[in-house]
Design a protein around this ligand. Structure first.
Ligand code: HEM
Length: 421
């Protein structure tokens, strides 16, 4: 990727240019045009770091569903010179360790358990909207700060048992680690140092919290995991930290972008906004359409464990691919009018292909029910409490993050609905 940065764009073929643009920070606001070029060029495109890019839905599905493709080598591939070990999380493990650790947390994330958080989620959203609408008036409000960050941060921290006064600190650590998930070659020395500091801070902070829960158990997820760790046979101290790390980072940074992307899509498409307002129950289907239309996680990697053939292409053991979720979700062979934002696409009775934004197969997102619930409640509040939106700057600024892609700010003028009381 470093050579790519140095390349003279005029000397590149359209496909090479599209590869470059799909990773270049300047294009973060719209990677979709480059993705279309990649999909047209074929199922596998030579990518950075000796990988092949997978831009199409069909191949992405086949790869994600096949456990012969491993996720365990991602760190070696993207962070070869890392001076800090991200503690072991099951996102980057294979069975049997993956099965054992995922099993310990999966109970906390079943549809039923998460449904039990509906009332609390609604309350958090209502409080955030009270504040947001009171502060707004003629002034633009940063929707990311006012809604998209605090909602998932509050929910995941409460679930784990992080005290309210420490939520902001957790947010800072999480941001440093999320940027550090991108390939090391794309990170500046300052960002690499920030990742190291964030991981150290994470270890210290959660190490203390774990010690506290050992002494004084509470009714929270950390306590339940500490009990499993005390059992020794089921979870080691490093695995406990790794599990907390993935829950905090994956459970927070991603949903922030989902909410931000959803607000942006609705502002840009007043007809869809009007449709949601006329029928707030469409919030459930709209959440999935936002996930498809503007994926919060744009890519993942997989490495062939054995020789594998996909769409006539043979991959030798050790060969790696980068699966482009954001591109697969816009593949016209899988979704009619893929570039159209249509909040009824996933409405009951419509049989749209599933999107890949939560991944697929062994590592399918454990937090999908929670993310969907948070997004549904945010969209319901938007439908019922916002009369109009206005976006002073379009496109808004984006963070440089490649894997967990999203805006750095979303300034919006919000006109509240007149209270009906
Ligand atoms: C919009 C929000 C979210 C998106 C787009 C998202 C996306 C993803 C994706 C794409 C994967 C699979 C990665 C791969 O296979 O390489 C994944 C895995 C995971 N996600 Fe999420 N996620 C979201 C929210 C959450 C939440 C709220 C939590 C928990 C609080 C969570 C926890 C996890 C965990 C633990 C894994 C690893 C699962 C495994 O390896 O078995 N995610 N997520």
């Amino acid at each position: 990727m470093q050579e790519d940065h140095a390349a003279d764009p005029s000397a590149l073929t359209p496909v090479q240019l599209a590869v470059l643009q799909s990773v270049a920070p300047d294009w973060r606001h719209d990677p979709y045009r480059s993705y279309a070029v990649l999909r047209e060029a074929g199922p596998f495109i030579p990518g950075p770091l000796g990988t092949r890019l997978v831009p199409g839905y069909h191949e992405a599905n086949l790869i994600m569903q096949n456990p012969d493709w491993s996720h365990a080598e991602e760190s070696e591939l993207l962070h070869p010179d890392s001076d800090v070990e991200l503690p072991g999380s099951f996102l980057w493990m294979e069975p049997p360790d993956h099965t054992r650790l995922r099993g310990l947390v999966s109970k906390a994330f079943t549809m039923r358990t998460i449904e039990g958080l509906r009332g609390r989620t609604e309350q958090v959203v209502a409080d955030l909207f009270d504040k947001l609408l009171a502060e707004g008036g003629d002034h633009p409000v940063d929707i990311l700060e006012a809604l998209a960050y605090p909602l998932p941060l509050t929910m995941v921290c409460e679930l784990l048992g992080v005290p309210a006064e420490a939520h902001d600190e957790v947010r800072q650590m999480s941001a440093g680690i999320a940027r550090g998930l991108d390939p090391d070659v794309l990170l500046s020395p300052a960002e690499l140092a920030a990742r190291t500091a964030a991981v150290h801070r994470f270890r210290d902070f959660f190490g203390d919290l774990i010690a506290q829960r050992r002494k004084a158990p509470q009714d929270d997820l950390i306590t339940r995991l500490v009990r499993a760790e005390a059992d020794g046979a089921t979870m080691s101290p490093t695995e406990l930290l790794g599990t907390l790390l993935i829950l905090v980072v994956a459970g927070h940074e991603t949903t922030v972008n989902l909410i931000g992307n959803g607000v942006l899509a609705l502002i840009r498409d007043p007809d869809q906004f009007a449709l949601l307002k006329s029928n707030p129950d469409l919030a459930v289907a709209a959440a999935d359409e936002v996930l498809r239309y503007d994926a919060p996680v744009h890519l993942t990697t997989r490495t062939a464990r054995t020789e594998i053939t996909v769409s006539d292409q043979v991959f030798a053991p050790g060969e790696a691919v980068i699966v482009l979720f954001g591109s697969a979700n816009r593949d016209p062979r899988a979704f009619p009018e893929p570039d159209r934002f249509d909040i009824t696409r996933y409405a009951a009775g419509n049989r749209a292909n599933r999107h890949l934004s939560f991944g697929l197969g062994l590592h399918y997102c454990i937090g999908a029910p929670l993310a969907r619930l948070e997004m549904e409640m945010a969209l319901r509040a938007i439908a019922t409490r916002v009369a109009a939106f206005d976006l002073p700057h379009d496109p808004p600024p984006y963070r440089p993050n490649l894997v967990v892609r999203g805006m750095s700010e979303l300034l919006v003028r919000v006109t509240p609905e007149e209270p009906t009381r």
